[in-house]
Each structure stands twice: as C-alpha cells, then as structure tokens.
Design a binder for this molecule. Structure first.
Ligand code: HEC
Length: 346
C-alpha cells in the first residue's frame, strides 16, 4: 500500500481536478455515470451487489480482517476499495484471472495459496454448507462487476476526525463541570457485589458504562451511555461512532441538565471561578464576558477573539436571560459550548 503515497499521487492531490479527470478515464465507458467511477463511490445497484458478497463472506473472514492494512471487512467501503475495486485482487469480468477468487478456491499465486489460510478452502466450506455464499455466486459477482477501479490516490476530502466517544464525553464533562459519580449515584449492593444506584432517580440524567466498576444498578444510566454510542465489552454491545439523532438528542439533554447541576453545586468553581455566581447577569457585561471568554478556553481550548465573546453574549446569553434569568442564561450558554462541533470533535 506504500504506493498510495507515492510522490506522484501527492502531486496529483495538489493538482486536484486536472489529474482527477485522467484517473477516472480508465473505466472507458460513457460519461453518464462519471461520479460513480471517480472515487465518489459505486451506484446503488453496485453497492447492493457488493454488500451481498460482503455479508456472505464476512463470517469467515472478519475475524482476521477487521482492522489494520488488511481490514477488508471493517466496512463495506473498505471491502470495496481494498478488494472489489482493487485490480490486484479482482479483475472485473474475469473470475479466473482474479487472485481473490483463486485464494478462495485454494489456487492463490502469492505467498498464501488460500483464504482462510488454514483448514478447508473457502470453496470447500461453501460446498459443505459451512459458508453461506457459494463460489458460483462469487464468480457471477466478479463476472458482472463493472470496471470501476478505485481512485488509488488518498482522498483529501475524507473525514479525518472523529467525535468524542461516550466514555470521553462522560470523562470530559465530569472534569469540565466539576462533577463526579458521587453527584449521581449512591453505593448499592446486588448479590453482595458493589454497585452504584441512582436511588431510582433519573432526573439528573445519570450516565454509566455497563462495564463500569462499580456497575450501575439501574438500566437507565446504561441506556443513556448507549444512546451516546457507548459500547460494552461485557455485554457485547458494539460502540457506534456515528453522529446519530440519539447521540445529538442525548448530548443536548445531558449538557443542559449537567450544566445546571454544576452551576448549582456548592463550592464548585469549575464554571464560575473567582467568586462569581450565576446571579451576575448582563447588568455587569464585563464580568459575564470574562466568564464566557474563560469558557472558550475551558470547553474548546481556544483563545476567543472579542467578536466571538460578544457574539455569544449578544446572541445567546442576553436573550436567554431576558427570557428567564441569569442562571438560565448560564445553563443555556454552557450547554451551547458542549453541543458545539468544536467540543463534539475535540
Ligand atoms: C485466521 C486468519 C485469517 C482468516 C480467517 C482469513 N484471513 Fe485473509 N489473510 C490472513 C493473513 C495472515 C494474511 C496475510 C497478511 C499479510 O501478508 O500481511 C491474509 C491475506 C489476505 C489477502 C491478501 C492476499 C494477497 O495476496 O495480497 C486477502 C485478499 C485475504 N486475506 C482475504 C481473506 C478472505 C476473503 C477471507 C475469508 C474468506 C480471509 N482472508 C480469511 C489471515 C486470515
């Protein structure tokens, strides 16, 4: 794969569209479906066919190929770019010339004659019913596969940042808001095993991983953790790194509720240092703006420009205060900083 970072490709990146046109010409077809041949992905039909092969093979392969340079089964996109549209492995229309098919049938030409590498070949597994997808189906797929070579250059537009995971959300909020498990849970015991309990109170929006020690006694804190995409090793729940509606909804609720708790918590200087209280409102703009400036640093790790501070003050803090009171304005502004992309993707 070192070839992907060959200087020519890096240069191509810099030149952008000019070489992009050339790179896509290999397909040789009409101009009707250029986008699908130019690295932006296959058509919906092609995707469905690839998905069927991916799903059919997966159980036999993903154990060894879910991450790393040979993470073919990490996702359908990985399968497509590393196998389906990799001309070293699959020659569209020609199953017999495709190393991928040869590997499955035990006739691999490289260092590994077969995949899986030991025991019966995939073809044998399929004919004895131990794999669901037949070799005939795989060969048909290769025969019908469009000439759709993946763009070998790295994609400059691919997203390279990920959002905070559920555990990181919790850890960051505990630190930044000056909260801890003690604000949400009381010690409990279940079958003589130490647990933590909410005392059946969910209105503080407690959150906990199922794998935490002590473990949560009630299920709602664990559900909330899961709704932020948190997984559990002990319960075999896979974590979900997407920005799902449940992630956004739960984060908004948690941010709102926890900011209020942090502001109301006695002797908690996490949000209001220097003897400030949530009573100080826009009658003292300098004091409020100093706090907001501090929150830019606190939540987003940026030195805010005066304009940024003024904007949050004018567009958010003051309207919220006018609507209710200064405390509500602090709660809303604090949760704004947490729901902000600069926090979510930190
Ligand atoms: C027990 C682990 C294991 C399983 C199961 C497994 N592989 Fe592999 N696979 C490997 C190893 C190890 C390599 C070689 C890695 C290397 O060279 O760095 C490899 C290499 C490959 C290659 C690259 C071969 C080449 O010549 O470039 C392909 C393609 C592949 N596997 C596909 C599959 C498919 C498809 C399945 C399921 C049918 C599968 N593998 C199942 C371990 C496994």
């Amino acid at each position: 794969m070192a070839r992907r970072f060959h200087p020519v490709h890096v240069l191509a990146l810099a030149l952008g569209t000019t070489l992009g046109g050339l790179a896509c010409d290999r397909s040789g077809g009409g101009d009707d479906d250029v986008s699908s041949r130019c690295g932006t992905g296959p058509s919906a039909d092609e995707r469905a066919q690839n998905q069927a092969i991916f799903d059919g093979l997966r159980a036999r392969c993903e154990g060894c190929h879910i991450m790393g340079a040979r993470g073919y089964f990490a996702s359908i996109e990985a399968f497509e770019s590393l196998i389906a549209y990799n001309p070293d492995l699959v020659v569209p229309g020609k199953p017999d010339d495709s190393e991928f098919v040869r590997l499955l049938e035990g006739g691999g030409a490289g260092p590994f004659p077969q995949m899986p590498p030991a025991g019966p070949t995939y073809a044998e597994l399929a004919s004895s019913g131990e794999a669901s997808l037949s070799m005939a189906e795989i060969r048909t797929w290769v025969t019908e596969l469009g000439d759709h070579a993946a763009d070998p250059r790295p994609s400059a537009s691919a997203p390279r940042i990920a959002r905070l995971g559920a555990a990181e959300v919790q850890r960051a909020l505990y630190q930044q808001l000056g909260l801890s498990d003690d604000d949400f849970f009381i010690p409990a015991s279940n079958y003589d095993i130490p647990h933590k309990s909410t005392g059946q109170q969910d209105e503080k929006y407690p959150m906990s991983s199922l794998d935490a020690v002590p473990a949560p006694f009630e299920s709602l804190p664990a559900d909330r953790f899961a709704s932020l995409g948190g997984g559990s090793a002990m319960y075999q729940r896979k974590y979900d790194p997407s920005i799902s509606p449940s992630f956004a909804g739960s984060l908004a609720q948690i941010a709102q509720r926890w900011c209020a708790m942090a502001l109301d918590k006695a002797d908690n200087t996490a949000l209001l240092p220097g003897g400030n209280t949530s009573m100080v409102g826009s009658t003292d703009p300098a004091a409020v703006k100093a706090i907001l400036r501090g929150w830019f640093l606190h939540f987003h790790a940026v030195e805010a420009a005066d304009d940024d501070v003024d904007h949050v003050f004018d567009a958010l803090f003051v309207p919220l205060e006018t609507e209710t009171d200064a405390r509500a304005a602090y709660v809303g502004t604090c949760s704004y900083f947490i729901r902000h992309p600069d926090w979510v993707f930190h």
